[in-house]
Every structure is written in C-alpha cells, then in structure tokens.
Design a protein around this ligand. Structure first.
Ligand SMILES: [Zn+2]
Length: 179
C-alpha cells in the first residue's frame, strides 16, 4: 500500500477548482490522468501493479510544489495490545509521506472518552529524508493513569499535518479500557 504521487496539470489550478486535474503516479512508475477532488479522500488504484490506496489530497499554498506535485501522507496499521491495566498503553502505527519537500511533519495523537472529553494529547515531529519516506513503526507509550476511572470505550485520533497546519491525513480508532 504505497502513496501515489499526485501531480497537478497546472501548479496554480487548485486555487480555483474543487476538482483537480492531475496525474496520479504509482510507486511502480505508472502514471495516469485523474480528476481528484480537493480536500477529500479518493480511492486510487494502479492498472499496472494493482497498488491501491484511499488517499487524502489537500492542495494548498504550502502543499503544492513548484512542479505541481502535492505533499501527501498516510497513516495505517494502527494497533495496540489489549488493555493491560498496569502496563503502559502503547499504540503503534505506520506513516508514509510523499512530495513533502523534506519539510517537517507534525503528528498529533489524542485520546478521548468515546463521545466525551479528551484525556490525553501529545505530538511528535517526523523528518522526511527522501522523496518517499516511511516510518514503519511509530509509537507512543502512555501511562494508564491518564485514562479516566472506570470501564469505557475510547477513541484514538491520529492526525498528520505539515508545519503550517494543513491536514494531510487523519484516522480514528476505537478501543476499550478498564481502569
Ligand atoms: Zn503501480
């Protein structure tokens, strides 16, 4: 599951159009024209190698490069071991980025009671080293005493954004705790 490199047909076209004229280039090198809605998730599939991904596109002043390529990131494989009570809560996940201009990405985590108040938040900085960069095992270690007392459902929200706060991807996953 690799990100596609979305390249706009005109670097400025995002400003006036809700749907972008773009080429989506697969990691295998296959490129084809696409109409990609801006600030939305699109299912992209490669006709050649069958790589497919639900990718969020957000073309802004700060995400569109001079050549029209659009910075994108993706969070996947979010998981954790069953609630341990005494042990730290350790969510793991993977982040992929493409066309990020080697600029820092900010990763936010927050935990909240499902439908209720937030009880933990933190952030980390990711530094892309290549045109395509993957962080295959990002993780946090959170003291279980951060969780409210009782037995309940919680939501973990992960958001990756650029330094200007443009959202590149977000995911929400639910779990159970008993503290
Ligand atoms: Zn492909």
């Amino acid at each position: 599951m690799d990100l596609f490199s979305v390249v706009l047909s005109s670097a400025a076209s995002w400003a006036t159009k809700r749907v972008l004229d773009a080429a989506a280039e697969c990691v295998c090198g296959t490129s084809r024209g696409n109409s990609i809605p801006n600030q939305a998730v699109t299912q992209l599939t490669c006709p050649q190698c069958r790589n497919g991904i639900s990718q969020f596109t957000n073309a802004t002043n700060h995400t569109v490069n001079r050549n029209g390529s659009v910075a994108a990131a993706h969070i996947s494989h979010a998981n954790w071991e069953r609630w341990g009570g005494l042990w730290n809560f350790k969510p793991h996940f993977r982040v992929d980025a493409v066309n990020s201009k080697y600029e820092d990405l900010v990763l936010l985590i927050s935990l909240s009671r499902f439908g209720g108040e937030q009880f933990f938040k933190d952030q980390m900085i990711l530094k892309p080293k290549w045109e395509r960069t993957s962080w295959s095992d990002c993780s946090w270690s959170i003291d279980p005493c951060k969780f409210p007392k009782g037995k309940n459902t919680f939501a973990m929200d992960l958001v990756v954004m650029n330094m200007w706060g443009d959202k590149l991807n977000s995911v929400r996953q639910l779990g159970e705790y008993d503290s």
